[in-house]
Design a protein around this ligand. Structure first.
Ligand SMILES: Cc1cc2nc3c(=O)[nH]c(=O)nc-3n(C[C@H](O)[C@H](O)[C@H](O)COP(=O)(O)OP(=O)(O)OC[C@H]3O[C@@H](n4cnc5c(N)ncnc54)[C@H](O)[C@@H]3O)c2cc1C
Length: 358
């Protein structure tokens, strides 16, 4: 162990949540150090599909105010990352075709029904069978773009990023927090737990000086098909499978939902099964023999809502448990957490997301 770092805020976890919060705190003038056990943006935040799925019918209703606010904040959030990093993070799609459950009926549909002419325009060759789809106004981005741009943006904003450094424990006292890591000690005014799937009880948090949180890893496997870029120009969400075109011939497909602990191995047979389902929808695409495949761990909670707000310990906070929507929710999480930490009224009420609800 060498050296002491002094900062206003120490954040554990250099995924999209920790770094976006760090960026927003820097914008408000606070000094910030982010501690990341591996490389920044190398866990769920990189593995994600990148859908900004504001109106996904699978989202719990309580998530909608946060999702809508995040979608509003997205343009300024991306602009700031681009300005600071000098790297582009474009929205790769701006519409999504969402399968409509027959039980929901017309009354349950949020968007306009997708017509045959629109399929010919946005997804020529898409075989929807007898299924109904609706249009949702939502974007998607390539998490690889965020992985390239967000860490340098945080550094350019004046943040400190300690990679390959594990947060070991946190002690809080009258004047601040002391954070032990595998490299340096940090003395800070506040601490935020942004450790994604590792935020929960299975990772020994009692020993780290934090309360136990019911956050558990939910594995997702993904892969890339290939097709001509103009064959698919919107996200498609069908039963059991989604397709996210990147605009350059890659079509990301996903994702499994597996409760198998901290296992990030890829089972090729499972990704090939998803590829078969995707190819039934989009027969013009192809599943290469050497197909890109990967897996990541979503930070799941019992009610699938994030945990945002104060921790039990003084001067400690949680911003975790974003499950399937952490890419969507990064801007609003950064925004409302900063407001809460500075004692301001938050744009969206955080009661439904408190750690105390469990
Ligand atoms: C397959 C898949 C598809 C997804 N698709 C979408 C999607 O389309 N849209 C969407 O919005 N969301 C999606 N998600 C969810 C989204 O990826 C997550 O909600 C989001 O990335 C969580 O961000 P995070 O920063 O909290 O976690 P992570 O990105 O996992 O970052 C947490 C970091 O904490 C670090 N860490 C852990 N313990 C310590 C420690 N003790 N000390 C220091 N560092 C530590 C880890 O190394 C890790 O880098 C998907 C997730 C998966 C896995």
């Amino acid at each position: 162990m060498n050296g002491l770092i002094v900062a206003d805020v120490a954040i554990a976890g250099g995924g999209i949540i920790g770094l976006s919060l760090g960026l927003e705190l820097r914008r408000r003038g606070l000094s910030v150090v982010v501690v990341e056990r591996q490389k920044a943006m190398s866990s769920a935040s990189w593995a994600a599909g990148g859908m900004l799925a504001v109106h996904d019918p699978q989202n719990p209703a309580e998530l909608l105010p946060l999702s809508l606010r995040s979608w509003e904040l997205y343009p300024a959030y991306l602009e700031r990352i681009e300005e600071l990093s000098g790297l582009k993070v474009p929205l790769r799609t701006r519409r999504a075709m969402q399968y409509v459950e027959p039980a929901r009926g017309d009354g349950g549909r949020y968007g306009d029904a997708v017509t045959a002419a629109e399929i010919a325009e946005f997804a020529p060759g898409l075989d929807t069978g007898s299924h109904q789809f609706e249009w949702l106004d939502e974007g998607s981005l390539d998490p690889n773009d965020v992985r390239e741009a967000l860490p340098p943006a945080f550094l350019a904003a004046g943040g400190t990023l300690l990679e390959e450094t594990e947060m070991l424990s946190v002690q809080s006292g009258a004047n601040g927090v002391e954070v032990e890591t595998t490299r340096q000690r940090i003395s800070a005014g506040m601490f935020v737990n942004c450790r994604g799937a590792w935020s929960g009880e299975t990772s020994g948090d009692a020993e780290r000086g934090l309360e136990r949180l019911p956050v558990a890893p939910v594995k997702g496997q993904m892969g890339n098909l290939r097709c001509e870029p103009e064959r698919l120009r919107c996200v498609v969400r069908a039963p059991g499978i989604y397709l996210v075109p990147r605009g350059d011939g890659r079509v990301t497909i996903g994702a499994t939902i597996e409760h198998v602990g901290f296992d990030e191995t890829v089972q090729e047979s499972q990704v090939r099964q998803m590829a078969e389902a995707a190819l039934r929808l989009l027969p013009e695409a192809e599943a290469p023999a050497q197909m890109d495949m990967w897996a990541g761990l979503r930070p799941g909670t019992p009610d699938t809502l994030p945990i945002l707000g104060r921790a039990e310990k003084d001067r400690c906070w949680h911003a975790t448990g974003h499950y399937r929507d952490g890419i969507l929710l990064a801007p609003v999480t950064a925004h409302v957490m900063t407001q809460a930490m500075l004692g301001e009224t938050t744009d969206v009420g955080l009661e439904a997301f408190s750690a105390g609800r469990f």
